[in-house]
Structure formats: C-alpha cells, structure tokens
Design a protein around this ligand. Sequence first.
Ligand code: NAD
Length: 359
Amino acid sequence: MEKNIALIRGDGIGPEIVEQAVLILNRVAEIYGHSFRYTDVDMGGNAIDKWGEPLPQAQLQKCLDSDSVLLGAVGGPKWNDVPGPMRPEKGLLKLRAAMEVYSNNRPAKIWPQLAGASPLKPEIVEKGIDFMIVRELTGGIYFGSHETKQENGQAVATDILTYSEAEIRRIGRIGFETARKRRKKLCSVEKSNVLDSSRLWKKIMHELSEEYPDVTLTDMLVDNCAMQIVKDPSQFDVIVTENMFGDILSDEASMITGSIGTIPSSSLGSTTRGLYEPIHGSAPDIAGQDIANPIGTILAAAMLLRYSFDMAKEADAIEKAVSDTLDAGFRTADILPPHGAFQKVGCKQMGAEICARIQ
Ligand code: NAD
C-alpha cells in the first residue's frame, strides 16, 4: 500500500522522537511491502522563527493533503512571551480545527514491565489499568470567546463554554462505538450539578444510550472521576468527556500508568485521516541530549497504522517489538528503575532496539 504521511517534527525533543518513529515505519514498510512517503511540515516555534506564524496556510495544506499526520510536539520557553494568537500551541489548535478532528482518544494502559513506575500502591495496580479516555477536542471553553477587560479599575477575564447538541452527539457516538469494541462500559463525565452545558451533555448521552443497548452507560461528576481514577482505575473501560475535563483527566490517567514518555494518542473526526502524537510536550529540559523516550511516538505511529491505514498486523508488530524490547531490559532514563538488571539507553538506541525486534 502507498501512503503519504505528513511529519510535524516540531520543537524541543520533537525531531529526535519523530526520527525514531520514522525508522520504525520504514522497517514496517520494508517487511510488509508498503511504501510510506513523508512530507515535512513546519509547525510551532520553528514555524514562528521561519515563517512568522505557528502554522502558515501552505504548511497546513500539506497536512490536509496527506493520508495522516504524525506529530512530535511543539512549544518551548523561547516562545513563551509571544502574543496569544502567535503562540506555538495555536498552530496545534488551528490544525485540529482544520482537520476537523473532534475526538481525542488516549489509552491509559499499564505495561506489566513498567508496573513499578506507577505512583499508585501495588494492590491498586494489580487490579489492572486499561481504559480509554475519549475527549471532545474542538469545542467547549478552549474554543469559546476569551476576553480580558478593565472594570472598576481592575482586570476582569471571561472565557465562554459552549456546546451544541450536535457536537455532543457526535463525540458521544465515538464513546459508545469505542466501548462497543472493548468491555462495553461507558462512563460519561460532566459537572451537571453546576453547568448547563453539562446538563445538556448528560441528556444527550442518555438519549444516545437507547441506540446502544449492549453498552452500559454510567454518569460521574468530574471531581469524583478525578478521585476514582487514583482510587480504583480498574472500574473504567471508556470515559467520554468534554474538552477541558478530558484535558485534565487524561493527564492524571497518564501519570498513574508510569511514564508520560510511553503514551500515544489519536485525534480523529469523520474520515480516516487522523492526527497522531505522544501525549507529552516538547520537553525542552531534555531536548538535544539523546535521552528522550521515543516509545510514545512509536506507539502513536502504530495507532496511525491501525486506525487510519487499517494495518492491524503491522500495528501489532510494533507493539510487540516495544514489549519485547522492555522484556529484554532496555530502559530510557525516565522509566529506569533504581535497581534491577536493566540497560539504560538513549533515544536513538531505544529506537534501534525496537526496530531490530519488528517481525
Ligand atoms: P512536557 O510533557 O514537555 O514535559 C514534562 C516533563 O516530562 C519534563 O520533565 C520532561 O522532561 C518529561 N518528558 C516529557 N516527554 C518525555 C519523553 N518523551 N521522555 C522523557 N521525558 C519526557 O510538558 P511541559 O514541560 O509542561 O511543556 C513543555 C512545552 O511543551 C511547553 O511549551 C508546552 O506548551 C508544550 N506542550 C506541547 C504539547 C503538544 O505539542 N501536543 C503538549 C503539551 C505541552
């Protein structure tokens, strides 16, 4: 199969980790007889430096013309003081909106080899952590109007949170469909005791549940959900929630599984073209030192093959190679336990070890 992949290497550790994912994709292409063509796209701080804005139209168009997009990460202290609309993160928001990817899907799954890296007590981890957070991505407070004005001699800031029925319904469907492919349990998370948008959210989820009688729907307030994720994460299968709640809960969920460096995510809309990235940022504190963990980006590439290119066995091969590499004892610094028979490796060697194990 011939496919075009847009590569956004981005800032900080982005270029280092994307390089390892490309190595893996090329090996998969060689073994399974595919041809992946890559188009480099400037986005984030590097695009601000080169083009004066975080995602120029011509760069965005390359993503829209591709079969799917793989992103490292963007941002860093160098661009902290640029004005709001010009910030590196604005490039990402523009990309998500233009690609019409309204669903961010993040697995929270513990690798048995990394169980010791979880900050939770072993008796909680042993019950199992394997759930998916489906987060609405293009609506809610992040996309509402924002305003800071002077009133009675002081600054007053306002952010507007809006959700339409249609926006809730389409993300709700992804939640139910995802649950249907897993253990058939969907937890809808909102703040319906306070917010109108949450009351509408809850109403639509219950309407939808009539179309999915095989899926058990439960409701949970977001503050309770934040507690339950650390108290008993084994109770969750699929969580569906709005943009800001999902942003916060998915970071919490990633922490309990160990290293932030090992977790991928996908953003999808109503076509097969998706945006795939690790969940972490550009880690400027470790950039350029060959110590970043490339596993999150490599697993994001596996998700890309599985969900956008329908290449399940190729994705399985990557995931197995990661597992075999961890079994063989290779660890980057962020997942290296203080004791035990492990070999500490850098970003490049971790990529090479995984690549060598792809079958
Ligand atoms: P971060 O995720 O970049 O880093 C948090 C901590 O985790 C750091 O100590 C970092 O060294 C470590 N870390 C992250 N990824 C790692 C990896 N692959 N291997 C080993 N260690 C890793 O979060 P931050 O420091 O809050 O943000 C840094 C920059 O990234 C900011 O400019 C932020 O806006 C941006 N950011 C971008 C994205 C994105 O591009 N999708 C997401 C989040 C943050």
